[in-house]
Write a protein that binds this ligand. Structure first.
Ligand SMILES: Nc1ncnc2c1ncn2[C@@H]1O[C@H](COP(=O)(O)OS(=O)(=O)O)[C@@H](OP(=O)(O)O)[C@H]1O
Length: 204
C-alpha cells in the first residue's frame, strides 16, 4: 500500500477480501483505522452471476442446478460450493466484527448501485468524510447496456461504461431451485439486515 499524506485517502479493492478468513486480522494489523466498503447483492442472483462468470471461462462445467445441491432429492444445499458460500453474508460479517466495529464498515447495495448510482455513491462519500462531489449529473442510463454509465459533469470527455464482462445475460435456472435457494438464504439475510441496520429487500 502506498503511504498516504494528510488529506489523502488510499483505496484498494479486491472481490475476495470479504470472504477470506485471514483478511480481517491482516488488515487490522496493518491499520486498525481502515474503512471497509463492501458491495452486496441478492445472494441468489449473486450465485447465478458467479456461475455465469465461471461458465464463460469453462463452458463444460455442470449445470447450476446440479452444483447447488449436495443431494437434489433431499434438497440439501452444497454450502461448500463457493457460489453459495459467498452469499452467506452474515457469517462473513461475523468474522470482520471480531476486529472492526460496524461504524467502520459500509455495505453498498448492488441493486441500488444500478437503480440509483448517485444515491449509493452519496452514502460512500459521506462514509469516507468526503464532500458530495459525485451526483446525479455524473450518471446516465445506457439503454443498450441496461446499466448506468459514468460521465464527467462538464460533459467534456466520453462517458465510461463498465466492460463487456459486467452485466452478462444469466442462464435460465429452474424456478424450484431458485426458490430453494431463496429459502436457504432467508434466515442469513434477516440476520444480515439486523447486523447492518439496513433492509436490502432481497426477500420481498
Ligand atoms: N453500471 C454497471 N454496469 C455494468 N454492470 C454493473 C453496473 N453496476 C453494477 N453492475 C453489476 O456488476 C456485476 C459484475 O460485478 P462483479 O463484482 O461480479 O465483477 S468482478 O467480480 O469484479 O468481475 C454485474 O453482474 P452480472 O449482471 O451478473 O454480470 C452487474 O450486474
Amino acid at each position: 500500500m502506498p503511504k498516504t499524506l494528510e488529506g489523502q485517502i488510499t483505496m484498494e479493492k479486491t472481490p475476495s477480501y470479504f470472504v477470506t478468513k485471514e483478511a480481517p486480522a491482516r488488515i487490522y494489523a496493518m491499520s486498525r483505522d481502515t474503512k471497509l466498503i463492501v458491495v452486496v447483492r441478492d445472494p441468489v442472483t449473486r450465485a447465478i452471476s458467479d456461475y455465469t462468470q465461471t461458465l464463460s471461462k469453462k463452458p463444460d462445467i455442470p449445470t447450476f442446478e446440479s452444483l447447488t445441491f449436495k443431494n437434489r432429492t433431499t434438497g440439501l444445499i452444497d454450502t461448500s460450493w463457493s457460489a453459495v458460500q459467498i452469499g452467506i453474508y452474515a457469517k462473513h460479517l461475523d468474522n470482520w466484527l471480531q476486529f472492526f466495529p460496524m461504524r467502520q464498515i459500509l455495505f453498498v447495495s448492488g441493486e441500488r448501485l444500478i437503480s440509483d448510482p448517485a444515491g449509493e455513491l452519496g452514502r460512500v462519500q459521506d462514509f469516507l468524510g468526503l464532500k458530495r462531489i459525485i451526483t446525479d449529473k455524473h450518471f446516465y442510463f445506457n439503454q443498450t447496456k441496461g446499466f448506468p454509465c459514468l460521465k464527467k459533469a462538464e460533459g467534456s470527455s466520453k462517458p465510461h461504461c463498465l466492460g463487456k464482462t459486467k452485466g452478462r445475460t444469466h442462464p435460465n435456472i429452474d424456478p424450484e431451485v431458485v426458490q430453494r435457494l431463496r429459502d436457504f438464504y432467508r434466515p442469513f439475510n434477516m440476520k444480515f439486515y439486523q447486523m447492518t441496520g439496513r433492509i436490502f429487500g432481497w426477500d420481498e
